[in-house]
Design a protein. Structure first.
Length: 461
């Protein structure tokens, strides 16, 4: 007799095997990495910006699933929307009808960027980028895409072509024709545009890798230059969008910037159902879908599914009703201000930068001989180890989840749920201050862990 499926019973029976199952059947390096840095925790439940382990210990989430959990975990409004859409038993994904939810979500999304006209819904940030690249190339009749050095736009073949980190690209060539230009360098952009084969420039208004913001005036000047050369501006707002930086979109911090295509995802999901969206101008969509013969020339099997659309609509409703964007701006200002004050106190702390609740904390070479010798030891083994040394005690001692902002970078990136409050911000700053104090006073546990990381880095060479 077939046993009825019981998810709760399955988790109770097999949940303790989680790390072994990953090691055997999934990416075997993930559990190995987590154990090496002491991140092999077992979280039992989560709500808002907090996790709890089996012993009832509370953890503060300053990572938000790399930005996915914009509203935190299990927001009641999003949960209810998903229950409602499941209970409605809709005729979903027939592919030969026009259900209302995609149109309603597109209408709401476009209201935040009135210069744009149409939306394509996919399932992820990288799909949103892939869509923008395809649409830009087809609409302009050109093939080459420009991107900024150190950019991250996804890991599928097209988005990988505009990825500024060689570690992700190595071994996957050939990719699409592309050229990197330095973020903020208008002369380099002009030089490439003069060749006459550029379809678009894709840019993160604030780069996730290292948390580097485009210089003031760059996006507007780049947009004008692109348009003079009949090329497009693509804004990748997958991580920066939906209030993360204290504006609905990060490009809105600069007057007059109106990208031709905008990519969003992550927080639009409500943390439940994957969704990506590419917003664009009408003429671009008119060219791509130029006739009934081309009606399915670009589509996605699960795109516009009812659950994802319901989640997206609920997210936008919560953002308005709970003033999420304003909260991100206010709490982000509190965090940045308090952290900036620490830069004068601790020589290992080189810079604090960002907007809203997207903040980079960068560490640098100290002046004192005692600290400089230890810093040099870590740098010789592998750049980025000191930042990892800070991340670990934040989790182990203070139960705060953070991570470095990219491989070989001495930068921690804070991208917490946008719902965190002043007490959460203060909890992080107080814990971070203790870790910095320990590092500058030669705290044994922290530097001993650094030696462990050095040995691991050497062994992996």
């Amino acid at each position: 007799m077939t046993k009825e499926f019981d998810l709760g019973a399955l988790l109770a029976e097999r949940g303790a095997e989680r790390y072994e199952l990953h090691a055997k059947h999934l990416n075997h390096q993930l559990p190995r990495m987590l154990r090496t840095i002491g991140f092999d925790k077992v979280y039992e439940r989560a709500e808002g910006a907090h996790f709890w382990d089996a012993d009832g210990n509370d953890y503060l989430d300053m990572l938000a699933g790399f930005g996915v959990m914009g509203l935190g975990r299990h927001h009641p409004v999003v949960r209810k929307a998903l229950h409602d859409v499941l209970d409605a038993s809709l005729a979903d994904l027939t592919r030969f009808d026009c259900p209302p939810l995609p149109g309603l979500l597109a209408e709401r999304l476009l209201s935040y960027s009135p210069h744009l006209d149409r939306v394509f819904f996919g399932n992820s940030g990288t799909e949103a980028v892939e869509t923008a690249l395809k649409f830009a190339r087809y609409a302009t009749g050109r093939r080459r895409i420009l991107y900024c050095a150190h950019a991250f736009h996804g890991l599928t073949a097209g988005s990988l072509s505009v990825n500024g980190e060689t570690g992700f690209r190595d071994g996957f060539a050939p990719l699409l024709p592309d050229t990197a230009v330095p973020l903020g360098d208008l002369d380099s952009l002009a030089r490439e545009l003069r060749k006459g084969d550029v379809a678009a420039l894709i840019v993160e208004p604030i780069q996730g890798k290292g948390v580097h913001e485009a210089p003031p005036g760059y996006l507007r000047a780049a947009q004008d230059m692109l348009h003079r050369h009949k090329a497009l501006l693509i804004a990748d707002e997958v991580q920066t969008g939906l209030g993360r930086t204290g504006k609905f979109y990060a490009y809105q911090h600069e007057d007059g910037v109106e990208p031709d295509l905008v990519c969003v995802a992550k927080a639009l999901s409500g943390g439940y159902v994957p969704v990506g969206a590419t917003l664009g101008k009408d003429w671009i969509f008119q060219k791509v879908y130029s006739s009934m013969d081309r009606v399915l020339v670009h589509s996605a099997s699960f795109g516009s599914n009812a659950q994802a659309m319901a989640a997206g609509l609920a997210v936008l409703s919560v953002m308005e009703n709970e003033e999420i964007v304003a909260n991100a701006a206010a709490v982000g200002e509190r965090l940045t201000s308090r952290l900036t004050e620490l830069a004068d106190r601790y020589e290992l702390l080189a810079d604090v930068r960002g907007r809203g609740l997207m903040i980079g904390i960068e560490f640098g070479r100290p002046n004192s001989l005692r600290l400089r010798s230890r810093w040099t030891m870590l740098q010789a083994a592998r750049k980025g180890l000191f930042a990892q040394m800070v991340v670990v005690p934040l989790l182990q001692r203070h139960r705060i989840l953070t991570q470095v902002s990219g491989d070989h970078l001495e930068v921690i990136k804070l991208i917490p749920p946008l719902i965190i409050d002043a007490s959460d911000a203060d909890r992080f700053v107080d814990a971070f201050t203790e870790v910095m104090e320990d590092a500058h006073n030669g705290g044994g546990l922290m530097w001993d862990f650094g030696k462990t990381l050095v040995r691991q880095a050497v062994a992996n060479r």
